[in-house]
Design a protein around this ligand. Sequence first.
Ligand code: ADP
Ligand code: MG
Length: 235
Amino acid sequence: MSDALAIQSINCFYGDVQVLRDFSLDLRAGEVLCLLGRNGAGKTTALKAIMGLVPVRSGAIMLGDVDLSKLPAHAVPKAGVAYVPQGRRLFAELTVAENLEIGLMARGKGRATRETVLDLFPVLRERLSQRSGTLSGGEQQMLAMARALCIEPQVLLLDEPTEGLMPSMIARIRETVAALRTRGVSTILVEQRVDAVLPVADRVAFVENGQNRRTVSVDELRADPALVRHYVGVD
Ligand SMILES: Nc1ncnc2c1ncn2[C@@H]1O[C@H](COP(=O)(O)OP(=O)(O)O)[C@@H](O)[C@H]1O
Ligand SMILES: [Mg+2]
């Protein structure tokens, strides 16, 4: 399988503090790749680096022939990478429809895209004129994903999308990720809990101290539970 995205040995800093160290990751076309690791390991920073939201001091982030690390942040979604940040930042005062409109504008998409996205999240169709701040947590996560999908991305980055959600909502998010895979979207999914990812991931990368220590298939992971204890700890 070809790579959808190749992170090649990037180094990133907050001020003088180095957070990512020769961090590398290959996302294959059409796969769901999960990043697992303890709090503070650098998972969110890796996603921000892809989006151009933290500077990449050395290394490259290749999307096809394009090095995303050379682009300004506003150009990354236009290149086809969608990002749903941790804590789902919506415009709480705006309606569901207005939030989607902002997503569509980012890459000049229109009505057809909006319909496709709403078909994935029918509950949002019933709430188009509701202020997004008044949605439930699960509905807000769906809206955050829907807004991201309005650019028709090749690559989707999800940072802890199931954090704080009820089990039924977690299942819905998981189903959506699986549905997107059948449409050819490649996804990097950050999660804290391994049981949240096993049903949907193809491979898992263990992030520790700013590095990708090891990437394994889900089958390898099931066969060797000690991997999770080692890299994520038991909690
Ligand atoms: N804006 C920031 N300024 C300075 N340090 C930060 C900032 N964001 C995160 N860090 C630090 O970078 C490290 C990695 O954080 P993060 O990527 O958020 O980890 P994770 O998502 O794996 O929990 C942590 O030590 C964290 O304290
Ligand atoms: Mg994080």
